[in-house]
Design a protein around this ligand. Structure first.
Ligand code: FES
Length: 116
């Protein structure tokens, strides 16, 4: 069967909004890269849970609907993220599901960059 797609809107710190078609089953880091949404330094470790640059912020009701809950490893890494919120996740750890159609997801300003 063909993979289903949902429409996601990514809101960047500069106020711009980018609508992306996302394949169910992909993770949000892949979606942002595949759609050429350009965020400086985003996804530096390529989804290996070794950075916190793929930090995304969800609306509270949508955050609660994310099926996979964060692992301890993800929470540890999130602690290092710039501008951490109660509804933050690491994009590379969040898998797209059908429920996400129409979601608006914030890409926070500034990634924690070890180079200072
Ligand atoms: Fe590094 Fe997600 S891309 S933790």
């Amino acid at each position: 069967p063909k993979k289903e797609k949902v429409s996601l809107c990514f809101k960047l710190a500069d106020g711009s909004e980018h609508t992306a078609m996302a394949k169910v089953g992909d993770n949000l880091l892949d979606i942002i890269i595949d759609n050429d949404i350009d965020v400086d330094g985003f996804g530096a470790c390529e989804g290996t849970l070794a950075c916190s640059t793929c930090h995304l912020i969800f609306k509270p009701d949508q955050y609660d609907q994310i099926q996979e809950k964060p692992t301890d490893e993800e929470l540890d890494m999130l602690d290092l993220a710039f501008g951490l919120s109660d509804t933050s996740r690491l994009g590379c750890q969040v898998i797209v599901t059908k429920e996400m159609d129409g979601w608006e997801i914030e890409v926070p300003s500034g990634v924690a960059d070890a180079r200072g």
